[in-house]
Ligand binder design. Structure first.
Ligand SMILES: Nc1ncnc2c1ncn2[C@@H]1O[C@H](COP(=O)(O)OP(=O)(O)O)[C@@H](O)[C@H]1O
Ligand SMILES: [Mg+2]
Length: 274
């Protein structure tokens, strides 16, 4: 438990925001694609320094929920509240869209996402990948962005690859570069969408290690993962999503040690033997 309270303290110190207010708060989110309702009224909170892990079968809506959190998708109803500030909406045709692009920018720049497929720019070096958004979006000077970029490449253990191109790196190194790129925005929270799923087991371990280090530092994170050991090890709070609904949630020892829902029992036994 000591590490968890240290984590919260670290979160407070680095975040500088009122901890009573969640960094990310999704309220009664509903998201449909045509007639298919994918998210059916989900509430999710990540407080400063907290790691929330999101687990569930393929197709249960995990990626959609993360994409709603950073406004890559717009939910038809429900609220997205970031650092206590709700996103405002307007109606455009038959759809709801964000009313103020400044709010969208604020959410996107402060909520960095790490994707399963890394999504690095193949024509840019690793250092250029990491400095691109701080220069173009945050207006940092090249020198400052490079200094910060190297710091985070160092943190994920690949600073020696800064002049290489993504294709010259292993999958694990590419994902660590993608994590450094997310960190270089110095966001208030990070979203990870199955960051280790595209990796061979031996490369998975090096990315898991980085994620654990970030969790121990007190970073606010929402992590979608198929890796139940990781979900258990790093989480303050675990959420099990089933067909667009939260079927069970709680602290890791409750969710994994004293599982209540039949569906989660089934899911866990299937993943363990998979
Ligand atoms: N852009 C889209 N258009 C239509 N259906 C989608 C789209 N994105 C996701 N879906 C559907 O929404 C459901 C949830 O998908 P997703 O959020 O990717 O689940 P998960 O990440 O848990 O595997 C799936 O049935 C998927 O086919
Ligand atoms: Mg997904």
């Amino acid at each position: 438990m000591a590490s968890k309270s240290a984590r919260t303290r670290a979160g407070r110190k680095s975040n500088g925001f009122d901890d009573a207010i969640p960094v990310v708060h999704l309220k009664d989110i509903h998201k449909s694609y045509g007639d298919l309702e994918v998210i059916k009224g989900v509430e999710l909170k990540a407080r400063a320094g907290e790691v929330v892990t999101l687990i569930g079968s393929s197709g249960s809506g995990k990626s959609t929920l993360l994409r709603c959190a950073n406004l890559l998708e717009v939910p038809q109803s429900g609220e997205i509240i970031f650092d206590g500030n709700p996103v405002h909406w307007k109606v455009k045709g038959s759809e709801r869209v964000p009313a103020d692009m400044n709010e969208v920018r604020l959410v996107r720049t402060n909520l960095s996402m790490v994707f399963q497929q890394f999504n690095l720019w193949s024509h840019l070096t690793i250092l250029e990948n990491v400095t691109e958004a701080p220069i173009t979006v945050l207006g940092r000077s090249k020198m400052e962005a490079e200094q910060t970029g190297r710091k985070y490449l160092e943190k994920v253990g690949i600073v020696e690859k800064c002049d290489a191109y993504p294709a010259q790196l292993s999958g694990g190194q590419q994902q660590r570069a993608a994590i450094a790129r997310a960190l270089a925005m110095e966001p208030h929270a990070m979203l990870f969408d199955e960051p280790t799923s595209a990796l061979d087991p031996e490369l998975e371990a090096e990315v898991v290690q980085v994620i654990k280090k970030l969790a121990a530092e007190g970073r606010t994170m929402i992590l979608v993962t198929h890796d139940m050991k990781l979900a258990q090890d790093v989480a303050n709070h675990v959420v099990f999503l089933h067909q667009g609904v939260i079927e069970e949630q709680g602290n890791p020892s409750e969710v994994f040690g004293n599982t209540k829902s039949k569906r989660l029992i089934q899911f866990l036994s299937a993943t363990v033997t998979a």
